[in-house]
Design a protein. Structure first.
Length: 400
């Protein structure tokens, strides 16, 4: 059976008998569906004159996007004369990790460092270390649901969000062990979340935005400019903090975020409004000779990082409660809606797949990048931000 697989289809497909559905959008990739409801992705290829199959992983532990990316990697491997199935068999013959500490080391090396972007690895490793600290000497086969529940409940008392993220990583690690046939134990399978994450009020009034801007101006450079650019562009903190001067197209006033840096794993182009240009022109005098726009004063040659104290200072100076840097992105989205900017165009600006309605019209069928619409939306927000901050009309800067 052949079909262009979608997230919705993979999630809902059922069959009274075992079936294999080959993805017409990704050569060699297929979804196997069992009557029990168990689903897994595999890659079919030819090697040494024989048809072989390589199991990528079970769904939903492995998403459709991950499976397609892995299929691309396997195709490259086969073309290079390597047999993925042979490599997998050699890995199976290795000694299985006996303790959680050993499993965590292997999971970090073979999943986190190989499969995740560098920008994501840090938070994964930090939370994995919390699991190590508690369970390092526990046997992989003997960790119980009770052990896990007590561990997560304690964290959830003060940090519900963090408890949920740790649970997700712990579950992913056990799924990794299960798929590699290291153990039949999976104490986190279908385990309910323990962290009740409260819905936060992220509605900021013009006075709040003005106070935030003033708090930003009390920060040293380049932190001050980084914060301002977050509020001006609405982009993600990680992508913005790692901006390079080489990513700036000065002739066309564009910031081109490389595929490897974006959450959506695709190139994202951000038109630069007048206020964004103003910030970058100022900062170029300070870090223009460096690789990173927001070059760290403490670690030369590296981008700024560790923003907890910055967030706390802004919160205190602006007299806010529970402020987070991600709220700056919410401010941009909310105010663009108030400016009656089309919801899809806001999604394109923010590189937010759901808001951009890419589940309806995918990039496979349309290559239009909405550059003009994004530029207009960001300039409207730039003008409005200028009005909020100063009460004056926005000043138009020439791009030379």
């Amino acid at each position: 059976m052949e079909k262009s697989l979608t997230d919705a289809y993979v999630k809902t497909v059922e069959s009274p008998k075992r079936i294999e559905i080959f993805d017409t959008s990704k050569s060699g990739l297929a979804l196997r569906v069992n009557p029990s409801g168990y689903k897994s992705f595999f890659y079919r290829y030819r090697f040494g004159g024989k048809i072989k199959r390589f199991t990528i992983g079970s769904y939903p532990s492995i998403s459709l996007a991950e499976a397609r990316r892995r299929a691309d990697e396997l195709r490259v491997q086969v073309h290079a004369g390597e047999d993925p199935q042979g490599d997998k068999q050699r890995l199976k013959n290795r000694e299985a990790p006996k303790t959680i500490g050993e499993l965590a080391d292997l999971f970090e090396k073979e999943y986190i460092e190989r499969e995740l972007k560098e920008s994501t690895q840090s938070s994964y490793k930090s939370r994995l270390n919390k699991i190590r600290k508690k369970f390092s000497r526990y046997s992989v086969d003997e960790v119980t649901r009770g052990d896990v529940k007590r561990f997560l409940k304690k964290i959830a008392e003060k940090q519900p969000y963090n408890a949920n993220r740790i649970q997700a990583i712990f579950s992913k690690m056990y799924s990794f062990a299960f798929e590699e046939e290291f153990t039949d134990n999976h104490p986190l399978k279908r385990l309910s979340k323990f962290g009740e994450e409260e819905t936060r009020d992220t509605n900021y009034y013009p006075e709040d935005i003005r106070n935030i801007w003033q708090a930003m101006e009390e920060e040293r450079e380049p932190t001050q400019s980084l914060l301002k650019l977050l509020l001006i562009t609405g982009q993600r903190l990680g992508e913005t903090s790692r901006m390079k001067w080489a990513d700036i197209d000065t002739e066309n006033a564009l910031w081109i975020i490389p595929k490897k840096e974006t959450k959506g794993d695709r190139v994202h182009v951000v038109p630069l409004s007048d206020k964004a240009i103003e910030v970058l022109e100022h900062l170029h005098e300070l870090t223009g000779e460096k690789e990173y726009v927001f070059n760290s004063p403490k670690k030369d040659g590296q981008p700024l990082s560790y923003f907890r104290q910055v967030m706390d200072r802004v919160e205190e100076v602006a007299e806010l409660d529970d402020f987070r840097l991600h709220d700056l992105r919410h401010i941009v989205a909310t105010n663009m809606q108030r400016l009656k900017i089309d919801f899809m165009h806001i999604g394109k600006v923010l590189n937010h797949k759901g808001m951009a309605k890419e589940y309806i019209v995918t990039s496979r069928y349309i290559d239009y990048d909405y550059l003009d619409e994004k530029r207009e939306a960001l300039q409207k927000w730039s003008n409005e931000l200028e009005r909020i901050i100063s009460g004056k009309k926005a000043k138009v800067f020439k791009i030379g």
